[in-house]
Design a protein around this ligand. Structure first.
Ligand code: K2U
Ligand code: ZN
Length: 170
């Protein structure tokens, strides 16, 4: 197992559209395990392969308190959406920034397991939000893209200020 580097906004590699997983190889399985270790270590509940610069369509999720219920979704797709919900989101690729994002309240989604089995599920709540957040990553989209231009401008100012402070310290 290994901890992977998580890319941070505004890294352009976060904007790439990931490619489908055609063969679920031992390497994909190993990377998924490393992604779970990285996610747990960073205190997250989801992580997309794009965030660790693997441009392939798979994500890991674990909503359990004791980190014992990992979900590995290969080629996840939302099939149907219903309702609207608003939740305060953060992102391991946008450290120290949280804001309200509107998404579908209920989703029907499909994915392949590491065994190649196709699963179709319907869900709501935090899992629905997390699946949508992670699939956005696979499409090069970040939760900050949903913010108003004013909020995005404020975020960029904050990041520029942090970058200048870091340069002054180094
Ligand atoms: O994709 C990610 O960056 C992982 C997110 C997933 C997530 C975001 C919003 C709503 C549901 C799931 C994080 O694992 S969860 C939030 C977070 C952000 C920064 C640090 C720790 C946790
Ligand atoms: Zn994220």
């Amino acid at each position: 197992m290994a901890k992977l580097e998580v890319l941070h906004f505004p890294d352009d590699r976060l904007r790439q559209k990931a490619l489908p997983v055609d063969n679920i190889t031992d390497e994909i399985k190993r990377i998924a395990e490393d992604m779970l270790e990285t996610m747990y270590d960073e205190g997250g509940i989801g992580l997309a392969a794009t965030q660790v610069n693997i441009q392939k369509r798979f994500v890991v999720i674990d909503l359990s308190e004791d980190k014992t219920e990992p979900l590995i979704l290969v080629n996840p797709e939302v099939m149907e959406k219903d309702g609207i919900e608003s939740m305060r989101e953060g992102c391991l690729s946008v450290p120290d920034y949280f804001d309200i994002v509107e998404r579908a309240e209920f989703i029907k989604f499909q994915y392949q397991t590491l065994d190649g089995e196709t699963v179709i599920e319907e869900t709501g709540g935090l899992l629905a939000v997390c699946v949508q957040h992670e699939i956005d990553h696979l499409n090069g989209k970040l939760f900050i893209d949903y913010l108003s231009p004013l909020k995005r401008q404020r975020l960029k100012k904050k990041l520029n200020k942090q970058e200048k402070l870091q340069h002054n310290v180094l």
